[in-house]
Design a protein around this ligand. Structure first.
Ligand SMILES: Nc1ncnc2c1ncn2[C@@H]1O[C@H](COP(=O)(O)OP(=O)(O)O)[C@@H](O)[C@H]1O
Ligand SMILES: [Mg+2]
Length: 174
């Protein structure tokens, strides 16, 4: 399991011809949010928005399949100067200094230095601008480090559209 939230649980999976994917399966309470997320993601295509590869909508199972983002969520990286990430995506701090860190036999990942942080902030700003300028507008309404995913190079992707709102009006929500 990769994570869990208000919508349900997210599992790692393997799709033939695609490779590793993340699959969010709705809990009973999360079905509405997942349906909303599936509808919003149909509108949105942007390099810094998590890509939905497909969905399953049967009586037994309501799920969305996404591209897999290897480095987990931003909240696990903030405050970690030099990091190693274990297989569950959890960051462990290290005093190895800047550059690539490796400790306790865990995979080395690039540390999240200031240049990377500025790049991630820029990527997220571009994703949000795209959402806000799309027609109809999309308001994410839940931008926080736990909903921002990172790939192996720590590029940022906006995820979790569970409470996003499609709006053609002049709403002031952010
Ligand atoms: N595409 C993905 N790749 C890797 N992990 C993911 C992906 N999507 C979600 N996760 C993991 O699942 C957790 C919950 O996902 P999220 O979309 O925020 O669902 P919820 O609506 O339940 O909060 C995230 O915090 C993250 O750890
Ligand atoms: Mg979330």
């Amino acid at each position: 399991m990769l994570g869990a939230g208000a919508c349900g649980k997210v599992f790692a999976g393997e799709l033939p011809g695609v490779g590793r994917v993340a699959v969010k399966i709705a809990s009973a309470a999360g079905m509405r949010a997942l349906a909303n997320e599936a509808a919003v993601l149909q509108h949105i295509r942007h390099p810094s928005v998590v890509k939905a590869l497909g969905s399953c909508w049967t009586e037994q199972c309501k799920a969305i399949v996404y591209e897999y983002l290897q480095s987990g969520t931003l909240d696990k990286h903030l405050g970690v100067v030099s990091s190693t990430i274990d297989s569950s995506g959890r960051a462990a701090s290290s005093d190895a200094g800047l550059g690539h860190a490796k400790s306790h036999g865990k995979a080395a990942r690039p540390c999240f230095n200031w240049q990377m942080r500025v790049r991630a902030a820029y990527q997220l700003a571009c994703a949000l601008a795209h959402l806000h300028n799309s027609v109809p507008h999309v308001l994410h309404r839940d931008v926080k480090p736990g909903n921002i995913l990172l790939d192996t190079e720590l590029n940022a992707y906006l995820g979790d559209m569970g409470i996003a709102k499609v709006s053609s009006g002049n709403s002031q929500h952010t």
